[in-house]
Every structure is written in C-alpha cells, then in structure tokens.
Design a protein around this ligand. Structure first.
Ligand SMILES: [Cu+2]
Length: 376
C-alpha cells in the first residue's frame, strides 16, 4: 500500500476507535482497494507485461516490490481434460485441469494491477468451462463472462485491487463442484506493491515461492470394492456425484497425486533460505503443518493487508481459500509438509517433503544419548 493511502486509511481507523495501536504500517479500518477507477483510455496507456506461466509447485518469476504505476499483466491458460493416475496403485481420475496441472499455475501480480486472462478451451475437450477468480469483483468472479465451449477462447480483464492469495476455479452452471473436485483450481497471488510486511511494518522477503494445491478426490468403487476406471469424462459423472454427496473423500492429494511432492518431486531449500508456501484448497478445509519447522509468519486467511501471525505450529486453510506462510530454515534434513489430520496425510495422501541442505545446529537440537538399553 502506498504511504499516502495508508495514512488515509489509518486515519479512518483511528476515528473508528480501532486501529491506532496495532499494526501501524498495515491498512486498518477500511477495505484495501488500491487506486481510483481508471477510464478505458487511461487503462489503454498502461504498460503491458506478458507472463509465461510455470507448472506447480513452482511459481513464475516476479518482483516482490514494484513502483506505484499499475500494469496490465497478460496470462493465457489452456484447459485440458485428461485421465490422470492419482496413486501408486494406478487408480485413475477423469481430471479437468487448467494448463494440464493440479493445481493450475499460480498467477502473480501486484495490488492495483489489472489481470488480463485469455482462457482457451480446445476442441479436443468435451465440456464447457469458465473461471471464477476470488480476487476479482463482479459477474460471479468472472465466471459469467468466461463461459467457453470446446473450440472457443475468451479474454477477461479485472482489477486486482485487494492483496493476498486468492483461489480461482472453474464454475460452470449446474456442474460447479464436479469441475472443482476434478482438478480445476489454482491460486492468484496479489502482492502489496511495497512487498510483504510484518505487523510492525518491517519488510518480509522470500527467496523462493512454492505453490501447493490440495485436492479432495471422490473416486467411485465397483461392487468388489475396487476403484472404477472410466473411458470418458462424462461416463464418470453420475457415480462421482454419489461419492461426493457422502462428503468422504477417497484420496486427499497435494498437486495431483499421492506422493507428487516426494522423491524427485520434493521441494528444495537451504538453511538460511526463506520460502513462501502458498496452500490452496478450493473445496474443503485443511490444516498445514511443517514437521520440524513452523510458520514464521502466516496469513492463514491469505490476505496481506491483515497482520500475519507468528510461530504457528499448524495453520488452517478454509475450503474455498488460499493461505501463505513464510519460513526460514534453521536445520537441514528432510521435512514433511502435510495436512495435520494425520489420516488425511498418511492414509489418504495429503503430504509432501522439503529437502533442506545445510549445517546442523546443536544449540537448537541435540541428541544427548542415542537410543540404547535401559540402564537405570
Ligand atoms: Cu470446468
């Protein structure tokens, strides 16, 4: 938030008797809406940036701090319906994706920028789709203006005037939950123009960002208790809705399959490095936890103009939202990052790894005597 508009909103907050003491550098007492309405000729003069998206868990290159002048940031996403293997037993999902991945790619802009998305639904797909951005205002998040049949594309522009991590997802009339639980969601991250801040207004920066999308899956079983495999997407619909209505997922996975973020897919970091972990769940609550670590600074509701909480063991992501957590690694080793309903993590799949290089710190933790026979 710009200094001048901060002063304005802080003044309003103080008048309302709420804000003056806490979080002096964060917007308080008024919703964060960056800038005045711009006319179409003014918007036409803005600088355009074209972003090439990258597949999760990676996040496209971006600046954490930018100057005051808004930009138009262009993105293109192609919808891909495809059968995906979602566990080590070969169970398949008739999936629907943005850009072929679960979650869809993370889009990053700065508050006040305009997002200009071209959404492509190739003729090879079977279903109509669209996109609802929780970071956007009006027309069901953009869903009403982006209905695309196979063989069509559409372009939507919206002003990203609130800072935070926001879910986006497909929401076609009459089929919303099915498209969402089949894979069609991702995150839009709108950074404050001045970058992230702690509650005292000190800058918070990260060295790398990872994006994790958690998916509750509802795979039907046959009369012998075996997961069914379907030849087409449409064929899977009726049985899947029956499982969905029981509200008990058969799998809960990070980034498209059990074990996607382990082994070669594990996240990587070094001691001393600060990572930003973005966690989206478009349909169902989750509770992220880093085993052996913490959330140094966490925006569990994901909106950066609110002060973050510190030292969290476990945080909470509401179904239909995306959270952001910062952590600076202090010890090397293999960490687990998981949903701390441990049944969902270890039985159903909601767990990944972070492999951290560096030097062990005996002051933080030391094994005084290794395990051995009981002596006293
Ligand atoms: Cu869809």
């Amino acid at each position: 938030m710009e200094r001048r508009s901060f002063l304005k909103t802080a003044g309003l907050g103080a008048m309302a008797g709420s804000a003056a003491m806490a979080a002096p550098a964060l917007a308080k007492g008024a919703p964060a809406t960056a800038g005045k309405p711009m006319s179409e000729p003014e918007i036409a003069k803005l600088k355009r940036i074209k972003v090439d998206l990258v597949a999760p868990p990676f996040v496209h290159k971006h600046d954490q701090v930018v100057d005051a002048t808004p930009r138009i940031v262009e993105f293109r996403m192609v919808i891909e319906e495809k059968k995906m293997v979602i566990d080590s037993k070969g169970t398949t999902l008739q999936a629907m994706t943005f850009n072929g991945s679960m979650p869809g790619p993370t889009l990053v802009v700065n508050a006040g920028d305009y997002v200009e998305l071209t959404l492509v639904n190739p003729a090879t797909n079977a279903m109509p789709h669209n996109v609802d951005f929780h970071g956007a205002t009006g027309a069901l998040g953009g869903a009403k203006l982006t209905d695309v049949n196979p063989g069509q594309q559409v372009t939507l522009r919206f002003k990203a005037d609130r800072a935070g991590t926001f879910v986006y997802h497909c929401a076609p009339p009459g089929m919303v939950p099915w498209h969402v639980v089949s894979g069609m969601s991702g995150t839009l991250m709108v950074l404050p123009r001045g970058g992230l801040k702690d509650p005292a207004g000190n800058p918070l920066r990260y060295d790398r960002a990872y994006t994790i999308g958690e998916f509750d899956l509802y795979i039907p079983k046959d009369e012998n208790g075996k997961y069914k495999e379907y030849q087409t997407l449409a064929e899977s619909y009726g049985d899947t809705v029956e499982v969905m209505r029981k509200l008990i997922p058969t799998h809960v996975v990070f980034n498209g399959k059990v074990g996607a973020l382990t082994g070669d897919g594990a996240l990587k970091a070094k001691v001393g490095e600060t990572i930003l972990l973005i966690h989206s769940q478009a349909n169902r609550d989750t509770r992220p936890h880093l085993i052996g670590g913490h959330g140094d600074w966490v925006w569990e509701t994901g909106k950066f103009d609110n002060p973050p909480e510190r030292d969290l063991e476990t945080w909470f992501v509401r179904g239909g939202s995306a959270a952001a957590a910062l952590y600076t690694f202090k010890q090397p080793g293999v960490y687990a990052y998981l949903n701390h309903n441990l049944i969902e993590a270890f039985e159903l799949g909601a767990a990944g790894h972070v492999v951290v290089e560096g030097k062990w710190n005996d002051d933080l933790m030391k094994q005084i005597k290794p395990a051995g026979p009981i002596t006293a």
